[in-house]
Structures are given as structure tokens and as C-alpha cells.
Design a protein around this ligand. Sequence first.
Ligand SMILES: C[S@@+](CC[C@H](N)C(=O)[O-])C[C@H]1O[C@@H](n2cnc3c(N)ncnc32)[C@H](O)[C@@H]1O
Length: 423
Amino acid sequence: MGDLSVGDRVEVEVGPIAHGGHCVARHEGRVLFVRHALPGERVVAEVTEGAAGDRFLRADAVEVLLASPDRVSAPCRYAGRCGGCDFQHVSLSAQRRLKAEVVGEQFARLARRAVDVAVAPVPGDREGLRWRTRAEFALDQDGRIGMHPHRSHEVLPVEDCLIAVEALVPALTTDEAYAGRTGLDVVSPAAGGTVIVPLPVVAGEAVPVVHESVAGQRLTRDFEVSARGFWQVHPGAAATFVDAALELLVPQPGETVLDLYSGVGVFTAALAEAVGPTGRVLAVESDAEATVHAKANCAAYQGVAVVRARVDDFLGVARPKRRGPGGQRLRKLPARHPLAPPRADRILLDPPRTGAGQLVVTALTALEPKAIVYVACDPAALARDTAYLGERGYDLVTLRAFDAFPMTHHVECVALFMPRSAQ
Ligand SMILES: C[S@@+](CC[C@H](N)C(=O)[O-])C[C@H]1O[C@@H](n2cnc3c(N)ncnc32)[C@H](O)[C@@H]1O
């Protein structure tokens, strides 16, 4: 078996797409994850990372010998060098098809079930370009603004970013000197002008609060959020996810509903409107600043309680990976939060990329909800949690997927789970 090392070039047939934006290829028994390739292509791949003995090597397609019909000429002049987009070389319809294949593959492997999902565009999409309203750019030692190449700390200076909304672009060519800073967070909120936050934020510096808005069928209103806080970056995404989640969850007046990993309260507000003044919404969020904004954003709704806590602590289950060298638990199990209800009618969760995990999922099913809606930015985490939900008697009933991050490999899913006994 020939050993390959960084810089070597090999001719390979490109196999299927894999999670992470690359395709799988093999060379003399070695697995290569090849970026900027497409299934069915024949390419020259240059090894970019890995060594003899590694399970796989990373590589980049540097020459296309046989092109896929899905290949297009990348609209962005930095494509292939900038680490921000993986799919600029792929037609938009094929990007969505590939994302659907990844979701299907993750469910087959991790949840051991077949799913058939189409990835829908988010309303307002402009051919996959000019959608990003929040972006972090890097600053090099000479103060030039740019992006990091894939898995690199170097800075590629850029004067435009085609997936960023137009309002973000002037920040890339500003004469402003940002001495001592390593990056810039640039935000174009729904209301007001572009905000630039130099990074790292120095102690004593205030991060501005911006106003974002949701204009969907289930919710139309504004939200306050820190310029560095969590907010969906595609302008149509928040409303799309709120509409999809509520359509699947079907919260009813008077019900008790949990909104877990609730951020600044986008779903909380929509749920509060649905359950009305006789219902109850418990929003749980670990970030202190987001919790302050969620309280302000939801102040008008009676029956909403915003709790600042980790979801696992709130439910009184162990945190993951908190074991000492001998396997002993490093931390006492937290007491269940006094506001954690013994039962919940419905649960919405929108965890970070790591997912909710087995202990949280198990604790949720113990609340015997009629329905659980899971909003997921990582299909692998969703598929793993789908398996845990299945073990506890909750089956996947509906799966929807959205292209909220065109030109990148990212995909957002909204999934409905219901008790097997109720179906
Ligand atoms: C994907 S965001 C969703 C936020 C919100 N649902 C929205 O749509 O704007 C995930 C949120 O979970 C929070 N978070 C991360 N880990 C958490 C944990 N263990 N417990 C509670 N919140 C957590 C993050 O601070 C972030 O606000």
C-alpha cells in the first residue's frame, strides 16, 4: 500500500459526498476526503493533511479530469482558497441534492433508518448569494481583513464576500486601523446600520445590542440581541424555522411547553402566542446575555419564564464528559431546577451542533410530551438523538430540511417526534 503525505498528488475517482463538505475517494486502500470535488468526477487530488497510519487523509481537487454535470464555475474569485464556502463549484440545485444525501446518509448510519428529505430554499434566497447578515472576518498582522483558508490560521485578504449581504462589504475595505485585534464581527441587523465589533472584545468594551426581526406566518415582531449573540444569519431563516416548527408542534391554548436552548426567545415568543395567557412556556438558555435579552423580548407574555441554566442542569441529569481519570463523576448531579415541570405537553429544542445527547433526550421523554420538535444545525447530532428518542418510544414522524447556508455544506433540519403509542 503506497503511503501518501502532504503535497503528494494522485489521480482518483470521486465517490459519494460525506458530512463536512467533502467527497470520499480511495487511493490504494487509503481513504481520502477530497474538497472541491463532486461524486462521479475524476480528479487530481493533492493531499493537504494527514500521514501514514491515519484513518483518512484530507485532500483538495486541484485538477478536474472528468467533470460532473453538476459542476459550475465558482461565482466567487476566492473560491477554493477561502475556507468559508465548500460548494461554490456546485450548481445550487445540486448543492441541495447533496445536502439531502448527507442527511439521508447520517440517518441511515446513526439512526438506522431511511429518510427521504428534500432540502428547500429559504424564502428571499438570491441564487445562494448575498444572504449572510453576520460574519466574522480575520485580521492579519498588517491589519488586512480576510478569511481563514480551510483548517488554517493564515489570513487570505479579501475585498468582497459574495455570500455576505452588500451592507457587510464596505467593512472589508475600510481604512480603519484595528491595532492589536485579530478579527472583526460584522453585523447587518434588520434595523439600523452595519455594526463592527473588533475582536477579541477587550474587558470594559461594550458589545452593541442590535434589533433583528422575524416576519413569518406565525410570528411578526422585533427582537433585541447582542451583536455577538446567536441569531440566524440568513435573513429568511428565523421566520422559516419558526413557521416550520410551530406547524409541526401544534401548540394549543393553555398548554405547558418547553423551549430548550432558547437563545433570545424567538421560538419562546411564537410558542407564547400559541398557548395564550392561560398557557405556560419555559425557556431554558445557558448564556447570561441571551437570557437577559430573552426576558426583555418576552416581557409582554404572561406565562413565560426564562431560566438561565444549562438544559442538562435544568433537567437534573449529568453533564457529558465530566469524569475524572478513574471514571468517577467530577461533579455532583445538579438538583432538578425548581421550575422544571413533572410533565410537559410539548417540547421544542434547538441545541448547538453537539446536539442534546442521550441523557437530556431521555429526561425529555420522561416528561411524556405529545410531541417534540427538534431544530438541528447538524444532521449527525440529530440522527444520533433520533436513535436515543427511538429507544425511549419516540419516533421520527416528519423531517424537513432547509438551505439556510447556500454555498456551504451546512443544512438545517426541523424534525417532529411523537410517542409510538400515539401513532
Ligand atoms: C442554535 S442556538 C438556538 C437559539 C434560539 N433557539 C434561536 O433560534 O435563536 C443554541 C442556543 O443554545 C445555547 N446553549 C448551548 N449549550 C447550552 C446548554 N447546554 N444549555 C442551554 N443552552 C445552551 C446557546 O447559547 C444558543 O443560544
